[in-house]
Design a protein around this ligand. Structure first.
Ligand code: UDP
Ligand code: MG
Length: 201
């Protein structure tokens, strides 16, 4: 039977360095497991494009490789969850630091069930070469901006990934392999908690 909208939304956080394959693997999970994919970075870029009141601040912080205040990011995520008829979500690229974790607790907290964090583990040299070979028109996909982003990742996001490990909510997958090899492990990890193709709005 399809799950009803009234059930608490189930969430998987997807983390990993820039270029580790988060978006690519999420797209495959959307197909097979009927997740709704919410990329924090895409939602923030949407605010820049719309020219919303936070757009200028978001653009500045992104270009510095810094993390946007959680009230902005988490509201975008939570509004998208509420607007969706789905009740299983992949939240890609969030939470990136302690401020993000605390803000999620404050803004969403018990209103969602965070199953675990899926961590795509990839050496930074591989990440840089992938980013240099993708051409998505992003202003932060340059070697200089990558350096700022990866520094922020090691300083602020790695401790959050480790935190999920200490509470037994971390599924780590080496992602320095082909998309299909990585996905085979991703599918096993997700399949331990979710049935294939289950959600029907
Ligand atoms: N960002 C942020 N908070 C988030 C997600 C993204 O502040 O929760 C900002 C941050 O400046 C980051 C940029 O958006 O460097 C791009 O994020 P995205 O996840 O799109 O890039 P990725 O790291 O996946 O390449
Ligand atoms: Mg991404």
């Amino acid at each position: 039977m399809a799950q009803s909208k009234s059930a608490i939304p189930q969430v998987v956080f997807v983390l990993g360095p820039p270029g580790s394959g988060k978006g690519t693997q999420c797209a495959k999970l959307v197909e097979e497991f009927k997740f709704t994919h919410l990329s924090a970075g895409e939602l923030l870029r949407g605010e820049i494009t719309k020219g919303s009141k936070d757009g200028a601040l978001i653009q500045k912080l992104m270009d510095e490789g810094k993390i946007v205040p959680v009230d902005i990011t988490c509201r975008l995520l939570y509004n998208s969850m509420q607007e969706s008829s789905s009740n299983r979500f992949l939240i890609d690229g969030f939470p990136r630091n302690k401020d993000n974790v605390d803000g999620w607790e404050r803004i969403v907290g018990d209103k969602a069930d965070v199953k675990f964090c899926l961590f795509l583990d990839c050496p930074k040299e591989v990440c840089l070469s992938r980013i240099m070979s993708r051409h998505e028109g992003r202003t932060d996909d340059t070697p200089e901006k990558f350096k700022l982003r990866i520094d922020t990742y090691f300083k602020e996001t790695v401790p959050i990934i480790e935190h999920f490990g200490t509470i037994n909510k971390l599924r780590s997958i080496p992602s320095d392999r082909t998309i299909e090899h990585v996905y085979a492990d991703v599918k096993t990890a997700i399949g331990s908690e979710f049935e294939i193709g289950k959600f029907e709005p």
